[in-house]
Design a protein around this ligand. Sequence first.
Ligand SMILES: [Zn+2]
Length: 275
Amino acid sequence: ISSDLTQCYDDEETPPPDPKTLCPYCDTPLPAKPTHILKKLLDRTYFQSCSNPRPGNRLGRKAPSAIFGVVCQRHIFESNVLPQAKERGWPTQINWATLKDRVLHMERELAKILADPGDPVVYRGDGKEDNDAKEQQGSKPERSDGPRMRCLFWDDLVKRVKTQGSKGLRNITSQYYNFHKMQPGYYGELGLVIIQRALCGMFPLEDIDPGLVKPLTPMEFIQSIFVPEVGMRLVMADFGLNVNNWSDKEQAVEVLRDSASYGVAMFPYEESTGK
Ligand SMILES: [Zn+2]
């Protein structure tokens, strides 16, 4: 409460803000440390706008809303969302140069997940795979606790298929699910592209035995199992979590999902294609 009061009195006594610290379009304060993305947007729109001094912002500028809208959206994001992200321990800078190698280092662990067919029940999901399922069932019992079933994302798929049948499977491959569950959290779109490229290098789609990824296609397996698996492992390394501990994994997945929207806004792909 006291800080609110201080704020209140401050507002009445403080001099008008330095126009250099204000958004030239909407006159609200810009973040103290704008990211290079915001700076680039400000530079770009500068040349698409014209000077429009006004009381309260002598450096004010005028432009069609289609042009300045992106700037305002961005600085509002950086002012409001960035501090929250920092508070939650989500990075505001990522060492992109090392990301590919970090993913490539996961090859052995990922290959184990791919090679282990896991719980055979999932293959009966659409009722057409009975023959295959019988074949699968004939093999080793440790499949229920092998690398595949210890993959939280595959485990989730198995549970969905078991309880919802092919509807559960459709949900998993749907767009909505894709956005919220397949984004690699705060690694954002740029992270997604780097992860996907590294995965396709390690596991070319044509080399994936379709029988090992059923009921998914090899592409769906990469997108909906491996991309989030890699994202989870990256987050676990960032947060010092233990990859062999189930509840640590769940904690990392929560971070992935909570930070997905932040990641997309913070590290868009297009803005960074020059890198
Ligand atoms: Zn603005």
